[in-house]
Design a binder for this molecule. Structure first.
Ligand code: ADP
Ligand code: MG
Length: 265
């Protein structure tokens, strides 16, 4: 077990965004979270990563409790994430977007930075080289000097994942990584997620609506509705689960061939 949440509950005014959520994720696992819009999936990530404190419940990483710690401390302990809406430094270059993520690990102090000492320049060169090496893993090495905003959409998603991985996480949380992607970008993304899991020995938890991706790569699924876990199991089991079908999987969406129509709320 690497990540565990117990009884996680979070209200926003009268809305129960999370209502007693329990689950455990094993080390190295690739698990998916699905559920209708507004079922609390993003809130779950926000609580795990310290953006919001839960009203009740516990989040544990490798047996240590991390509930309510500040986001940078949770990141240091090994949880990185991406956002449902891409958050890049759009006006910075691709390589600088990755270098910024490296900085928690940089060794030089503020004085060295001010004085522009040799140590400062050595560190700067080292982080640049590391960032470039990183980009080559993502086949973005030729785009290093491009501004992030000028990358095609699929590459921006990849860059966001690259930046999350540059913090050397143990657990990677992806919030709708395939949102807005065309079918061929989704295929590339699926292979990519499998590849980085191997290469970085990651545990991956992803929220996703595209059933082709979820059913294609997730080993286990957690289904949420109204802030609660309504089902969990193997993708094949979830597909046949009556409660899930009623809550969510009602009809196939013809627009992307692999998606599902969200239940009208
Ligand atoms: P999902 O990601 O599954 O679509 P969310 O976690 O974004 O769902 O939202 C769950 C519920 O919590 C929704 O009703 C949403 O409006 C509400 N909610 C989420 N974040 C906030 C917030 N910061 N303030 C008020 N309500 C919120
Ligand atoms: Mg969401």
């Amino acid at each position: 077990m690497i990540l565990e949440v117990q009884g996680l509950t979070r209200y926003f005014g009268g809305v129960r965004a999370l209502d007693g959520v329990d689950f455990r994720i094993g080390r190295g696992e690739l698990a998916g979270i699905i559920g209708p819009n507004g079922s609390g999936k993003t809130t779950l990530f926000n609580v795990i990563t310290g953006i919001y404190r839960p009203d009740r419940g516990v989040v544990s990483l490798e047996e240590g409790e991390i509930t309510g710690l500040p986001p940078d401390e949770i990141a240091r302990r090994g949880i990185a994430r991406t956002f449902q809406n891409i958050r890049l430094f759009r006006e910075l270059t691709v390589v600088d977007n990755v270098r910024i993520a490296h900085h928690p690990h940089v060794g030089y102090g503020a004085i060295a930075a001010l004085l522009r000492t040799g140590a400062f320049y050595r560190e700067e060169r080292r982080t640049r080289e590391q960032a470039e090496e990183f980009l080559s893993i993502f086949s973005l090495q030729d785009r290093g000097k491009a501004l992030a905003k000028n990358l095609p959409y699929g590459d921006q998603r990849k860059l966001e994942i690259a930046r999350a991985l540059a913090t050397r996480p143990k657990v990677l949380l992806l919030d709708e990584p395939a949102a807005g992607m065309n079918p061929s970008e989704v295929t590339t993304l699926m292979e990519f997620i499998l590849r980085i899991r191997e290469r970085f020995s990651l545990t991956v938890l992803l929220i996703e609506h595209q059933m082709r991706l979820v059913m294609g790569i997730c080993e286990r699924l957690i289904v949420m509705d109204f802030g609660q876990v309504i089902a969990r199991g193997l993708p094949g089991e979830i597909r046949r689960n009556r409660q899930v079908i009623e809550a969510y999987l009602g009809k196939r969406d013809d627009t992307d061939g692999g998606g599902i129509r969200k239940k009208a709320r």
